[in-house]
Design a protein. Structure first.
Length: 196
């Protein structure tokens, strides 16, 4: 009985593992304008939240998750919330991650870094931080709107860091706690039974 409860809890956790929130962090440096006000050589961090259950396969080996929310913190400018829908993607074929406009064939905004880890990463687990080189590109193709106006980066290369973190939901954390408790209780009862 006690082991069957542990197995049931483990199965519930496994089934729920595909439906977890995931936080993406892209960092780099660039110059541009926000609502026609210039900034130069500024560090930036994009933070975005999505869900693993919403992962899409654009083509074989190209996965993306549209963000539920995303923002960018630009040094000297502040934190801006994206109004234009965005996504994070991984291209296994060229071993690169990136940040782009949402949807299928979303135009890329910040690509990189490239790393062999991205040759097999499927966006269903945590990864990073991974450092390398990134590229700002295609900001002129169509406006990228934030809550402070249109954000435009100049095309160019940058140092880049990427990190993805699975964020356990309260329900998952509760199930994990129940599973650990059931396992611990079963272990204690088993040890107690051996002493008797």
């Amino acid at each position: 009985m006690r082991w069957s409860l542990t197995v049931v809890v483990y199965a519930a956790l496994s089934a729920n593992a595909f439906a977890l929130p995931i936080m993406f962090t892209h960092t780099g440096r660039g110059s541009g304008t926000i609502d026609d006000m210039p900034f130069s050589d500024a560090d930036f961090t994009v933070t975005a939240l999505g869900a693993t259950e919403n992962r899409n396969d654009e083509t074989p080996g190209l996965f993306f998750i549209n963000h539920d929310s995303s923002s960018i913190d630009i040094r000297g400018v502040g934190v801006l919330q994206f109004v234009t829908p965005t996504r994070t993607f991984v291209n296994n074929g060229v071993t690169i991650v990136g940040f782009s406009r949402a949807g299928f064939s979303g135009l890329d905004l910040f690509n990189g870094p490239a790393n062999q880890v991205f040759g097999s990463w499927d966006m269903l687990s945590s990864v990073g931080p991974i450092d390398g080189t990134g590229n700002l590109l295609q900001w002129l193709s169509s406006p990228v709107v934030t809550d402070a106006g249109v954000l435009l980066f100049s095309s160019g290369s940058s140092n880049a860091t990427f990190k993805a973190t699975i964020v356990p939901e309260p329900t998952s954390m509760l199930l994990m706690a129940i599973g650990a408790l059931a396992f611990g209780l079963g272990f204690c009862l088993r040890r107690q039974g051996k002493r008797a």
